[in-house]
Design a protein around this ligand. Structure first.
Ligand SMILES: Cc1ncc(COP(=O)(O)O)c(C=O)c1O
Length: 357
């Protein structure tokens, strides 16, 4: 038996894809599987979602892994390529490239490949991270159209900066900046991330780009994925490896930051920052031991975390613990730890085996 594992529910992944299609019925879905599919396992997740219209990754190596494992669908390289060798490799793998800076246009102009690559011109409508500024957009578009051979498809992408916040004004301003740029262009648009898909139908365009929602999790701090009919795909489970009684006043763990307020019983669980738990999970944050919630007691260490089980029915070595998943929302633990579910999911470390069911 494995002490810790991330159980991935492939039926939940597929149900979430269907739920996203229902919310954006006129859009095709580009499944965002970068960062090891947000910790869910790049290849198994993409294969489980083989029905998606395309996949999006951030790094060339991620696309290589998908092609090596037989994924023939469209793969969009969200950050594009940075030198001629990468461009040649991307062409050989038949990837779609995002073009967000002049260097990438120069590479394409110097590329003598026989077959044009599908391109996504990225415009910066307010995120101020990647993309051509609105005033540079038309010139970039024209340069791409003049490539030889001409690109088979030239599409437009932008990214929403604040769609996951209760701040509709920024998203509206971004859409307003985009509209005149693409007026009259024969170009498919991709704008919406999960938050745009769930809350901003005007952002749907021809292609939506869900990441977090595909994994059944909400991008909004005030709502859970389940409230949108999504199903959490990952359950991170571990095991109680020891039990310990402490007297009132005894301190627990590194730094002794938790002090027993009464004679207490602690369960030591095999999960720590070496598995990807943030060290910022505070005392009092919940774990689920068997069917019962128990508060964390003391600092997260590399391989272990302690929970106060004084008030629980008897707990034994070998009992299963849910760190997050179907019964304890990752959104809740993220909030308790002062982070976001993205960071918890992406942080699951390499030593945690992924089991797709
Ligand atoms: C360009 C781009 N599109 C889409 C996404 C997916 O975002 P989300 O996971 O919020 O749906 C990301 C994720 O960071 C992204 O960088």
């Amino acid at each position: 038996m494995r002490l810790i594992r991330a159980r991935i529910d492939s039926a939940a992944l597929r149900a979430n894809l269907r739920a996203i299609r229902a919310r954006a019925p006129r859009s095709r879905v580009m499944a965002v599987v970068k960062a090891n599919a947000y910790g869910h396992g790049l290849v198994p997740t993409a294969l489980a979602l083989a029905d998606a219209d395309a996949f999006a990754v951030a790094r060339l190596e991620e696309a290589v892994a998908l092609r090596d494992n037989g994924l023939r669908r469209r793969i969009v390289l969200l950050e594009g390529v940075f030198n001629a060798a990468q461009l040649a490799q991307a062409a050989q793998l038949e990837l779609d490239l995002v073009v967000h800076q002049p260097l990438q246009i120069e590479l394409l102009e110097g590329f003598g490949g026989p077959k044009p690559l599908p391109l996504w011109l990225k415009v910066d409508t307010g995120m101020n991270r990647l993309g051509f500024r609105p005033e540079e957009f038309r010139a970039a578009w024209e340069r791409l159209r003049r490539l030889t051979p001409a690109p088979q498809q030239l599409r437009v992408m932008t990214h929403l900066a604040c769609a996951d916040e209760a701040d509709d004004a920024t998203s509206a301003a971004q859409l307003q900046r985009l509209r005149p740029l693409v007026e009259g262009l024969d170009a498919e648009l991709s704008i919406a991330n999960s938050a745009g898909i769930l809350a901003l139908p005007a952002s749907h365009g021809e292609w939506v780009r869900p990441g977090l929602a595909l994994y059944g999790v909400s991008p909004f701090a005030w709502q859970r994925g389940t409230q949108f009919g999504l199903r959490p795909a990952m359950t991170l489970e571990s095991t109680v490896i020891a039990l310990r009684e402490v007297a009132a006043g005894e301190r627990v763990g590194y730094g002794g930051v938790w002090r027993a307020p009464r004679p207490s019983r602690l369960a030591i669980v095999a999960a720590g920052y070496g598995d990807g738990l943030p060290r910022g999970i505070p005392s009092g944050a919940p774990l689920l031991i068997g069917a019962h919630r128990a508060p964390v007691a003391g600092r997260v260490s590399m391989d272990m975390i302690a929970a106060d089980v004084t008030d629980l029915p008897p707990v034994g070595v070998g009992d299963r613990v849910e760190l997050w998943g179907t019964r304890l929302a990752v959104e809740e633990l993220a909030a308790a730890a002062g982070t976001i579910p993205y960071e918890l999911l992406c942080g699951v470390s390499q030593r945690v085996p992924i089991e797709l069911v």
